[in-house]
Ligand binder design. Structure first.
Ligand code: G
Ligand code: G
Ligand code: MN
Length: 467
């Protein structure tokens, strides 16, 4: 914490201002108090680093449009991977210890190169002077992450640490305001985390800018959207390959925006999550899906996707349970799909809410299995009923290749802990047979059917064997 008092001064450090050599006169008591107060408002007490407020003050200063000598710079945001879990496992004092440790390492790694801040719970920021190419920035950040991401010993534990980073340059593309540059860095970090792995680095580039513009358009359309009118559901069957019967229909949301046309759910769900619109959207989609499920034979289940936000909020879960109750559909017919990312967003809350859903008889499937970063280790700790093997494993499935072996292991694991297993993205008969050979009989994919409109789903039901 000593380095708190090595306060670096932005103005003298960043530009080549004239050094003022006159010693300042002693301060009166009141002024000292004020000084201390000010220190407290600039520094974070856990790490001794400058805080978020100071980060934005400094950003504003280096990026002032009125400075004729304004200097190009980059900002980086570093986030500790899975910090929530570290807190949950080891307690908050160990969490604080780790923050202090990482903050110190970061400070040492950057002290003659950049300004370092703690800008959020487990987020650190830095301001790096100079106009550097994206590839150079990437290399520099990689060496920073290397310097801070080694194990930390606390209470006889060696705690493995990894960090992800997002970075953005000033004067890049359309970014000029401080807020925009920060948003770019924040988006880059979001993107790094999205990739699922740990220790990822993303430097904001032209492609991100295009994506961000698209997302901004979607955000505006979503604000104005009439959810009831513009959103509808398609249903994709999950078939038992042993007898061809329909086991489940997965509800897949669709949006026809009057302004933007058809928008894919992975995009609008992401935006709705970020803006909080998901709170309003999910219940409406759930109602629509239940209304259709009512018309099907009772032997057919409905599978419904929940987002990270949904499963982390008890209020939302209570609302969905109310809607389910009002529908008079047997909760045993309902399955909720969660991705690993959604579970990891807030593991403790997701855990409690999943228990709540299971208590009424609904079941839980882990979606896109194998693409997240937690995978097998979390299966043991999380109350699941089913996993859905991601289609990336199925697409390149061939006899005895790598995916074959992976799926084989997944099945053994599922048997051992009593989970059902669905294969996603099955497009041809050979895959169905190969999967059957491996012991996977629940099949979803174009081979049986692509997602269907509500009406087509009813026709599909009439034409399939009843089992
Ligand atoms: O059909 P497809 O492109 O529709 O689906 C893309 C992704 O969007 C899938 O991974 C699916 O889980 C997700 N998705 C589809 N409908 C919904 C929904 O109603 N809620 C949430 N949270 N995700 C959905
Ligand atoms: O929730 P989930 O990620 O499982 O959503 C399923 C997604 O996979 C939807 O976007 C759906 O349209 C898509 N999909 C369903 N069956 C197939 C298939 O056989 N092949 C491919 N490539 N995509 C599929
Ligand atoms: Mn799904």
């Amino acid at each position: 914490m000593l380095y708190l008092f090595e306060a670096y001064h932005l103005s003298s450090w960043f530009s080549s201002q004239k050094k003022d050599n006159t010693e300042s006169p002693p301060l009166p008591l009141l002024a000292i108090e004020k000084e201390i107060e000010q220190q407290a408002s600039c520094y974070d007490s856990t790490t001794g680093l400058a805080n978020r407020r100071q980060f934005f003050v400094d950003l504003q200063a280096v990026n002032s449009p009125y400075r004729d000598d304004s200097i190009p710079f980059s900002i980086g945001i570093i986030d500790i991977d899975g910090f929530k879990r570290i807190n949950e496992i080891y307690g908050h004092d160990v969490g604080d210890f780790i923050l202090d440790k990482i903050g110190h390492r970061l400070y040492l790694a950057l002290r003659h190169k950049a300004l370092v801040y703690r800008i959020g719970n487990d987020e650190f920021g830095f301001i790096l002077p100079g106009d550097k190419e994206n590839t150079i920035l990437n290399q520099e950040i990689a060496s920073i992450l290397d310097a801070i991401s080694h194990p930390i010993s606390a209470r006889n534990n060696q705690i493995v640490i990894s960090c992800s980073a997002g970075c953005a340059r000033s004067y890049f593309g359309t970014a000029n305001s401080t807020q925009q540059i920060f948003e770019h860095a924040d988006y880059a970090l979001y993107y790094a985390k999205e990739q699922g792995g740990q220790g990822q680095i993303v430097v904001f580039d032209v492609n991100h800018e295009l994506k961000l513009k698209e997302l901004a358009l979607i955000e505006r359309a979503l604000e104005k959207a009439d959810f009831d009118k513009e959103f509808f559901i398609q249903f994709q069957p999950i078939i038992d390959s042993r007898n061809g019967g329909i086991i489940t229909f997965e509800s897949l949301a669709r949006w026809d925006s009057p302004g933007l046309g058809r928008i894919a759910p992975d995009k609008f769900i992401q935006v709705a999550e970020q803006t909080g619109a998901i709170i309003r959207l999910t219940p409406i989609l759930f109602k629509k899906a239940l209304n259709e499920a009512k018309k099907w034979p009772h032997s057919i289940k409905l599978s419904f996707n929940l987002s990270a936000h949904d499963i982390s909020h008890e209020k939302q879960i209570n609302l969905l349970l109310d809607i389910l109750k009002q529908s008079n559909i047997d909760p045993e017919r309902i399955e909720f799909e969660l991705t690993e990312t959604a579970v990891m967003h807030n593991f403790a809350a997701a855990f409690d809410n999943v228990k709540k859903l299971q208590a009424v008889g609904a079941s839980i499937a882990l979606d896109d299995f194998g693409t997240g970063y937690s995978s097998l280790s979390h299966l043991q700790n999380f109350p699941l009923n089913k996993i859905k093997i991601d289609r990336s494993f199925v697409t390149n499935l061939e006899y005895n290749n790598r995916n074959y072996k992976i799926i084989k292991s997944i099945i053994i694991l599922c048997r051992e802990i009593g989970l059902d297993c669905v294969a996603e993205g099955v497009e041809d008969k050979e895959k169905v047979d190969l999967l059957a050979h491996l012991g996977v009989y629940l099949i979803q994919g174009y081979y049986y059917s692509s997602p269907l409109s509500a009406e087509s789903a009813q026709v599909y039901i009439r034409n399939r064997p009843r089992v």
